[in-house]
Design a protein around this ligand. Sequence first.
Ligand code: ADP
Length: 616
Amino acid sequence: MNNKIKYFQSIHFKIALVLALILLVTLEIVGAVFVSQLETKNVDSYKKQVQLPTYVNTTLINELSKTNISKANVGISSLLSDVDNKNSTEVEVVDAKNTVRGTNESGNQSQVGQKNLKTNIKNTLINRQSYSGIMSDPSNSRYYTVITPLIKSSNNELVGVVYVRANLDSVYREINQITLIYVAAALVAILAGLLISIVISRAITKPIDEMKQQTLQIAKGDYSGQVHVYGRDELGQLANAVNNLSVKVEESQESTESERQRLDSVLTNMTDGVIATDRRGKVIIMNDEAANSLETSESEAIDKSILDVLDIGDEYTLREIIENPDETIIDRSDNSRDLILHAHFSLIQRESGFVSGLVCVLHDVTEQQKIDNDRKQFVSNVSHELRTPLTSVHSYIEALQDGAWKDSTIAPKFLKVTQDETDRMIRMINDLLTLSRMDSNTQKINKELVNIKELFNYILDRFDMIIKSDDDSKKPSKDYKIIRKFTKLDLWVEVDTDRFTQVIDNLMNNAIKYSPDGGTITCSLYETHNNVILSVKDQGLGIPRSSIPHIFDRFYRVDKARSRAQGGTGLGLAISKEVIQALGGRIWVESTENKGSTFYIALPYEPIEEDLWDEN
Ligand code: ADP
């Protein structure tokens, strides 16, 4: 919008113009009436002056009735010379025979006795009607002409006419002079009127101008100005109203602003993503959480369709969402991250039912979905893990029933397998119970301060003992060597001895299980600033790189058949991880396939001040 108003478009100019035009028209009308009245009055009074007195007509009738023409002409001539000629009046007498009988014009005396040539006079002689009219001659002088028939009253005989012609120039000159004076006065009046109207319109438009400026400032958000109130008239009231409006707008602007800030901070601090749209589904608000989840920014999303922003244009139309605002699951997972969003749509509706927009709340349900999937996976794993040994036990028992029990060589083998399988199932169920107790936090962790070097040593001694055992039934199927690389310091750490022993047992058993015969297992123990680090390193199969992130998952095994053959349950490392986490520590693995694996455990450790012991 162009705020600049051209002067010719302004009210200021219009008021001045209208006032000036009214003045002009008024003066024009007054002038026209005045001049025409003046003319009529002047001409009328002049006409009256031109009229010959009645006695002249009577005398002329008498003279023209005389038979002695030359005598009569003398009488006429003397009569006409008496006619007052101050209005430069020409008087001519023509008899019934159209002969000029007398004139008061000295220059025209030769015409006396001649035939009259004036058509008007001839007409009057014929039709006996008197004639009067204004005519102009070639020199533009105007004349008033009166032709009166001279009729004898005794016998109604037309004896002649009298022609009177008076010059009107002096009358018109007078009228023109008066008109000129009037026009000059009118011009002065118009100029004065114009000036006055400019001043008046300025007085009206100045406060309007100020109010315009003030409203423009209000529109720009500057409420500091005040319109000057010039009086108590309508404009004064309007100025007051504008000032009040300014205050009201400022107040409502402030409250809207604070409301907006409150809404902003609510939206910003929400852990759920929020997107609001207009009724066409174009995004108008998006909080940071929503922008982060959708990997976009508010400015990028603004004005885009919500269907595009959520990337659900293929499944839904805006109409469907508005008609049936519901909830949906949006999977935004990609290579770099897992993200599953629960989108809940609702309408922004006025009381009239008019839908003015949509609100979509995005809730991150990735974790929930993951837990759900894990649970399903877990149940399926457990069923599967139990079904395999049960099927094998079932088939062995069936074989025994079918007669194999009678075979003294096969029967013990079959019974051994069924016993091994049942043992494995019992181990698995026990492991599952342990895990379940740890999940529900019902597994008690009895922490006590122990010398971890001693405990580690003690556990490894047991493995040494097994190798050296003379009892063949206890001797392991594989030979191995344990090397200890321990710090010299005694490290006192808070652990649950039984659980910790279970973890080390598990790592040692795995190291033996997944190593070839005759391998070396290196166990080390050292401390860092606030941790003790234990490690168990083997020279075995190692773990493929892709399996490393899953190695601590429940039932995960790199080679299922091999693990099962070794009597593994696939739960050992999962339990170890839970235990170490419950002790506030961390467990991880480094491994190279076909070279070996090293399992590390870090436990929180605070060096005990020597003098602390002294005091006790
Ligand atoms: P399992 O009862 O099968 O041994 P674990 O939870 O103890 O179950 O181990 C899970 C899987 O991790 C094993 O099946 C095996 O594939 C792999 N694994 C564990 N320890 C080692 C190791 N020291 N060397 C190679 N692979 C190992």
